[in-house]
Design a protein around this ligand. Structure first.
Ligand SMILES: Nc1nc2c(ncn2[C@@H]2O[C@H](COP(=O)(O)OP(=O)(O)OP(=O)(O)O)[C@@H](O)[C@H]2O)c(=O)[nH]1
Length: 210
């Protein structure tokens, strides 16, 4: 009599469709590595007007990040699906930073962050049928070394255009780690998707089993 091999229970309720409304490769990787089944539908939200409006009204960066994450999730139409939207803002001494346009902008940005502590305001929102069901913001603080100009040039030569896809002009899972003296906070939040809070939220919504 062959031993009956019982299929292990799933971690995700397959009756619910899960969508990631993001073009971010690392966000997709984080969900894949967590073993989730989902589809990717990039949002077409123009972030600039929302950022400008938030700045003009004196909103906090975390508030703007939440608005952007919500706008991205709501911009994707997929009936009954649980849609994840995320956004990350970087602030340092009251200044806000965006993904650098080119390597010169990356150099300038890193020189202004050198030796300073900056905050990544990382928001994630889950929407369904046009309603916000859940939201969260993580705000890790990262302190850069007072690296030399020569180091910075070596870093930019090594990292190249890869650093242009990240709000801080670095990838902590790559050469960007060498920029830092200290990091406080959840590593997945630094990467762009606060995973433990999101998984808990998906369990609360019944998308994942507890
Ligand atoms: N690989 C990597 N990406 C990072 C890191 N820190 C921040 N990022 C990325 O920086 C980007 C921040 O820009 P956002 O506007 O939030 O997102 P996006 O890349 O434009 O993608 P969308 O969700 O489609 O808007 C995200 O893709 C983050 O994943 C890091 O250390 N490593």
């Amino acid at each position: 009599m062959s031993d009956l091999v019982l299929k292990p229970p799933p971690i995700q309720d397959s009756r619910h469709k899960l969508v990631l409304a993001s073009g971010s490769a690392i966000r997709r990787t984080l969900l894949e590595n967590a073993g989730l089944t989902f589809s990717v539908l990039s949002s077409s939200v123009d972030e600039e007007p929302l950022k400008r409006a938030g700045r003009a009204e004196g909103a906090a960066p975390q508030t703007v990040a939440l608005r952007l994450a919500e706008a991205k999730a709501l911009s994707v139409s997929c009936a009954d699906a649980f849609v994840i939207g995320a956004d990350q803002m970087l602030s340092c001494k009251g200044d806000w930073y965006d993904k650098p346009a080119d390597l010169n902008a990356a150099r300038k940005q890193l020189l202004s962050l050198r030796g300073q502590t900056h905050t990544l305001h990382t928001a994630v929102v889950v929407c369904r049928n046009g309603q916000v069901l859940w939201q969260h913001v993580s705000e890790p603080n990262l302190t850069m070394r007072t690296f030399s100009d020569a180091f910075l040039e070596a870093y930019l030569a090594e990292e190249g255009e890869e650093c242009l896809y990240s709000v801080g002009a670095y990838r902590i899972e790559g050469p960007g780690l060498h920029l830092f003296a200290r990091m406080e906070g959840d590593q997945t939040a630094i990467l762009g998707l606060p995973l433990l809070p999101l998984l808990e939220g998906l369990r609360e919504m019944g998308v994942l089993f507890s």
